[in-house]
Design a protein around this ligand. Structure first.
Ligand code: CTP
Length: 388
């Protein structure tokens, strides 16, 4: 059983939408009609609510509640254009903008309106976004013309709904796996108020944690001074300094997948002061001591069936070669290389462009939002899991 929002727009085929409601209800679905003012010139909203065995909900925004599917039948040329352009000037178009699931559209209009380049372009925009069109079909049209423009029969629309609802969500190999992601940049205290830090915002690591969660993994995020909000549904452990990150990562070294996206300090002040250091005229000379290489330690003690992912934030040409060396030196399965000398990607940017290196080869992922880069990296992780 699914919750289906049924949009009805103003055309003579609105009467056929009554049969569609019946069919969907008979199939066991929970149908909520959203009827435009123009549609009410043909059939009143009460009719659809009665057939759907429901009533206009008491809540202020029933159309904005989660629905499994949105069906618009009939869909006029006007509403088709509004959907293509993202207008939100009535309850139906607001609902369509807020809806994140699949959409089925059953256009109904005069043949010349359907064939007009404007309508065809709008339909192409919606198709490209994944909207499933059912019809229009050829037949007698309201104005006595014959041509393509009739709404598809309710049975055909209901069949398309069932087909979409029966599609299984893609099974992910990450479902139920324990995934640890480190994100952000560590800060190494100099005294009570000062630190040595780096420019990592944590966006890439957060995108990875979010995507792993979406794929059904049990995710722990080791958060080093994030400039962005951590995602919901994820266990967050604060790891402000390299030593915290080392401790928390090693405590979870048996995870199924570990992604070290954090920029971990390679050096820390040898003797941080407990108090605030007062200003003096003389120069302040610091001695920095090396931190432990967390990824290196994880790689040295790794489970062979685990997937270990590192990042290589490098500058320029030689970077890729260094990334290859890092993958081998740290016994990582994957190293994600990005060139941080470019301002449009990398640190604090919302986009990234990377090369994912593995034993099998190197995959270039073109400039894209970090969410998409995260998906490409996790596709590689899943490929490795499938081989284990
Ligand atoms: N890393 C780590 N612990 C450190 C330093 C780095 O776990 N102390 C991890 C990073 O999270 C990243 C990978 O190692 O996944 C590579 O980090 P990077 O700074 O590029 O390499 P380094 O090993 O620090 O080498 P270099 O600074 O010389 O480039």
């Amino acid at each position: 059983m699914a919750r289906i929002l049924l949009g009805v727009t103003g055309g003579i085929a609105a009467y056929k939408a009554c049969t569609l409601v019946r069919l969907l209800v008979r199939a066991g679905h929970d149908v909520y009609p959203v009827v435009t003012a123009a549609a009410e010139r043909f059939v009143t909203a009460e009719t659809y609510f009665a057939l759907a065995r429901t009533s206009p909900s008491a809540g202020a925004y029933p159309h904005l509640e989660r629905a499994d599917l949105l069906v618009v039948a009939p869909l006029t040329a006007n509403t088709l254009a509004r959907l293509a352009h993202g207008l939100a000037d009535d309850v139906l178009t607001e609902a369509a903008l807020a809806h994140t699931g699949p959409v089925v559209a059953a256009p109904a209009m005069n043949v010349r309106m359907w064939e007009h380049p404007a309508t065809q372009e709008n339909a192409a925009v919606l198709r490209a976004r994944g909207v499933v069109f059912v019809g229009p079909v050829e037949g007698d049209l309201a104005e006595g013309e014959v041509g393509v423009g009739r709404m598809a029969e309710p049975e055909a629309i209901a069949a398309a709904v069932e087909e979409i609802l029966s599609r299984e969500p893609e099974p992910s190999l990450l479902r139920g796996r324990r995934v640890v992601v480190s994100a952000g940049g560590t800060r190494e205290p100099l005294d009570a108020v000062r630190f040595l830090g780096n420019r990592s915002s944590g966006r890439m690591g957060v995108a990875l944690a979010e995507e792993a969660r979406r794929r059904g993994a049990e995710v722990t995020l080791l958060a080093a001074n994030l400039a962005v909000a951590p995602p919901v549904g994820i266990a967050v452990v604060d790891t402000p300094a390299a030593a915290d990150l080392e401790r928390e990562a090693l405590a979870r070294a048996d995870a199924d997948v570990i992604v070290m996206a954090a920029a971990v300090a390679d050096y820390r002040p040898g003797e941080p002061l407990d108090a605030k250091r007062p200003k003096e005229r003389a120069p302040w000379t610091l001695e920095l001591e090396p931190t432990s290489d967390v990824l290196g330690a994880l790689g040295a003690g790794r489970r062979p069936d685990q997937v270990l992912v590192g990042f290589a934030a490098e500058i320029g040409e030689r970077g890729l070669e260094r990334a290859r060396e890092k993958r081998l030196a740290k016994s990582a399965d994957l190293v994600v290389f990005n060139d941080v000398s470019r301002a449009d990607i990398g640190f604090d940017a919302s986009d990234n462009e990377v090369v994912v290196l593995s034993e099998a080869g190197e995959r270039h992922v073109g400039k894209a939002p970090k969410r998409e880069i995260a998906a490409a990296v996790l596709d590689e992780v899943e490929r490795l899991l499938s081989e284990r």
